[in-house]
Each structure stands twice: as C-alpha cells, then as structure tokens.
Design a protein. Structure first.
Length: 189
C-alpha cells in the first residue's frame, strides 16, 4: 500500500490543491447563491472521485485494498452527480449529502493511516485529514439550521484546511518514496 501511495503522491497533492481552490472560492465569495455552491461542490466531488477511481484502477494489480479507494471514488462521483443534476435540492438535503461524504471519506483516510503506521512516518497528517472530515460531517448533522452563509464558510474552511493537509501529505509521500527508492522519485500515476 505504501508503494501505491508513494507512486501516486502527485494525485494526493492535486486533491489537496483542488480542495484549497474550492475552499478559497467559497470563503472569499460568501455571497454566492446556494445554487452556485451546489455546482461548485458537485464539480469538486466529481474531480476528487475521478482521481480516486483513476488511482484505484491504475494500482489494482498488486494492491489488495484498491477496492476501498474505488468505492470512495464512486461515492465522490455519486455525490457530485446528485448535486449537479438535482441543483434544486434543499439546503438541508445538500447538507446531508456533504455530511455523509465528509464522514465516509474521513473514516477511509483514518483507516488508511492506521494501516500505514508501520510503514510511513507522518501518517498523522492523514489521520488529521480524516478527523477533520468526520468532525465537519458531524458538525453539519448537529447544527443544520445554522444558515446557508455559515454552511458555506464551514465548507470553505474545511476544504482549505483539508487541502493543505493533503498537499503536505503528498510531498511527505514523495520524500518517503525518494528515501526508499535510492533517490529516484516515483512517478505520479
């Protein structure tokens, strides 16, 4: 599993960059309509889900746990499609979709970190990203009436923080790969 992650450090970092861009757009333009937020989230989930599926398929040989990554990607694409093709859904329904996505993705990141703890230093970054996702999802479930503006700020803040953690993890994986492959940098898939 660690070899798969080090080969795909670029995808991890790119996921982080996409999250930072999405979060920044949301934070610095809080007056955007809920419909725009729905479309932004849908696009973000589609891109992230696609990256996860590509990574899973590219590394299915020799990686027994590629199915979990594929499932996460399918879930991301599903969340994206629901938000794009049903833009008239209520804020509460969108909140439930985003909360479920954040909790499941966060849980998957924690499971991956636990499996990698013997092979990778700095796995705490993946645990932190997972905990942030779960906390964000729970917060959206517990306080759904906080309003659309507050929801956008929560979503933007979560995306930015999670994005920075994923970018840092991506570069940590790149360094780990260099150290364990005799100085050659693994090519991102």
């Amino acid at each position: 599993m660690i070899q798969t992650l080090t080969r795909n450090w670029g995808w991890v970092a790119l996921r982080g960059v996409m999250a930072i861009l999405f979060g920044t757009l949301t934070l610095f333009n809080p007056g955007i309509t809920l419909a725009t937020l729905v479309l932004l989230f849908g696009a973000f989930a589609l891109v992230e889900g696609s990256f996860m599926i590509i990574s899973a398929i590219a590394n299915r040989h020799g990686e027994p746990r590629w199915g979990a990554l594929l499932f996460g990607g399918i879930l991301g694409i599903g969340a994206g499609l629901v938000t794009i093709f049903l833009p008239g859904i209520t804020a509460l329904a969108l909140l439930a979709v985003i909360a479920a996505w954040a909790i499941v993705t966060g849980g998957a990141e924690i499971v991956a970190a636990i499996r990698l703890r013997q092979e990778l230093t700095g796995e705490w970054m993946l645990v932190l990203a997972g905990l942030l996702g779960i906390a964000f999802g729970v917060l959206l479930v517990v306080a759904p009436g906080a309003g659309a503006l507050a929801m956008m700020l929560w979503i933007g803040g979560y995306a930015v923080v999670s994005g920075f953690v994923l970018v840092a993890l991506g570069f940590r994986l790149r360094s780990w790969g260099r150290a364990h492959t005799g100085g050659a940098t693994p090519h991102p898939a």
